[in-house]
Ligand binder design. Sequence first.
Ligand code: UDX
Length: 427
Amino acid sequence: MANLALVGLGPVGLTTAVAFAAQGHRVTAVDIDAERSAQVARGEVPFYEKGLEAALRKVLKQRRLVVARRMEDAVRPSSVMFLCVGTPPRPDGSMDDGPLRDAAKMLAAAWGDGRPRTVVVKSTVLPGTTESVVQPILESAEVPFHLAVNPEFLREGRALEDALRPDRIVLGVDGSATARILRNLFHSAKCPILVTTLRTAESVKHATNAFLAAKVSLANELANLCDGFGVEYDTVLQGLALDPRINPKFLVPGVGFGGSCFSKDVHALIAAGTKKGYRPQLLEAVLEVNDRQFLRAIAPLEEELGSLAGRRIALLGLAFKGGTDDVRESRAVPIARELMNRGATVVGYDPAAMNGFAKVVPEVHLAKSIEEALKGADGCILQADWPIFSRLTAKDFLAGMAQPVVVDGRRILDRKKMNGIRFHRIG
Ligand code: UDX
């Protein structure tokens, strides 16, 4: 078992720390946010992630995970250190490497002895970043280091499961010694491990998110076309899936993708590619389709109700998807704003994301339950795929709504149970 350090206690860092500790490693985690660190040290997860808090408490109790106040206390005992800090977008869409730079500098300054250690970049960074940002910092600090990139593929809501049982591991390394160290660390993993160069590993992460985002936008485009032709998308997808070259996963149409990764990473890739002299037009289109897709949920309301001025619309699901409290890039934000622009009153409900959403769109009224949100509503848009929403039937909508007009923006309601209401979905 190894001594590991984790820098950054965001969703990726904390989940990774808990997963390593649960696998028996000794992990010391550190974050520049003292309040967040204290919270984690008390066994509280600062965001909603199923199963993570119980797992955190367990590893804290076992002392397999320790939260350090100072970087030195995380670095000194460790042989492998993971950088899990954010890489937020700048206003022009490019990637801000500032937090990564700062974390690398702090880590190098805390080294303290001549022991060789492996620094692993887990943050999502553009191809070439580890070599151009992290490597020079470690070199100029004259510390003996191995350098690696290990992108995360954690889905929010299933992050711990993904960290404990990954379906693939990608390791970018600066040489065969580093490859050995990391292969050893992941020796119990029962999945394919791809060992490659630093910048190729960084590229795999961006390529994966670009591909998945493109799949969702393609599904949305096909569904929009199906609507024009009067064709059922589900059956088209069934037909697509019969082609062994087409994987039907991630082809669910709806109101578009949200979340912290897809939009940010595709924007960053476009900005970086364009700077290098290649404009990725297909990726630009992926974002364009996504940016206007939410309007497809509003159009059926207007068709059914006429002007939305003075109408009361229930918005179920404020997080960017079910299973999380994350509202970053949530499609609920443009939906709510557009409905209000058109004069409607919006009443929102979400099992976990109400506080976060209220900070972004404070004008939205928040209901305490699904029933309260639906009460007196002239229309309803279902925006996030929480399981609790998927169990709704026509009876639930008829019970409280003034006019039972429902748009399923995530394709989770059972159409067979919608008799008696004016039910719409995209595609
Ligand atoms: C994503 C990647 O899946 C993960 O591997 C990566 O490391 C981080 O980004 P996450 O942001 O948690 O994970 O969300 P994901 O489950 O991928 O969904 C992203 C968005 O796409 C959601 O808004 C979801 O509702 C939407 N989506 C997904 C669709 O609209 N249709 C689909 O078929 C799948």
